[in-house]
Design a protein around this ligand. Sequence first.
Ligand code: 2AM
Ligand code: CA
Length: 264
Amino acid sequence: MARSAIINVMVQAAMKAGRSLARDFGEVQNLQVSLKGPGDYVTQADRRAEEILYTELSRARPGYSFLLEERGVVEGEDAQHRWLVDPLDGTTNFLHGLPIFSISIALERQGQIVAGVIYNPAMDELYTAERGGGAFLNDRRMRVAARRELSDCVIGTGIPHLGRGHHGRALVDLRNVMAEVAGIRRFGSAALDLAYVAAGRMDGFWEDGLEPWDLAAGILMVREAGGFVTDRAGKQNMLENGSIVAGNEALHRALLKTLQKQAG
Ligand code: 2AM
Ligand code: CA
């Protein structure tokens, strides 16, 4: 499969940072037994991966702006282009030795997401998408699942935890969705969840309280795989309000409707 120049830049950066994360992940698994746990080590791993991504992307495209999870905003001379980078999505999994985590890189041009790469180094799965060019898992074209009835579907979500999110709303949503679907999954990396929807592994996904770097690459991935993405109000403000609902056209509509239901 021939990749475009920009996707190549992103893939090379993701692979290099991925090798660093994979090494650190091996170490984290060894540290599980210590009482203090690998917390500080994980913070270092996260920073190391981000540093590699920042260096590689700025070398390949000097002047582009950045929004990075750890470092925050870096203004470049080029106001047209911005990288949105999550060096380690699924930090809690990484910390606990669960191999479900990813690097997520998106490129915005004039405020529009035009390219996305999500890489899970533990499984060596590489997801790429370019606006108008389709979405791929490694070299294989991705397509969202075709199931049309919620009752046949496996739906992913994220569940808030100690100190985070609106627990009451999440419980209402879970209750409403669980009553209508074949299964709910909670993997812990929003970027990978969206990649799984693009790959047709999950039929749909919803979550609230996410950050732009968790979402940007995955949004493009789902769209380029033929899926629909909005926030829970059915609008396109996902990066502003951190709410996301994704699936094929019929499923997305059904999921939106279910998520609008109140308790009862
Ligand atoms: P992270 O692993 O990079 O923190 C889990 O439901 C998803 O929510 C992950 O993609 C996680 O990304 C993301 N997330 C965003 N903001 C978060 C926060 N403040 N605390 C925990 N997870 C957060
Ligand atoms: Ca994240």
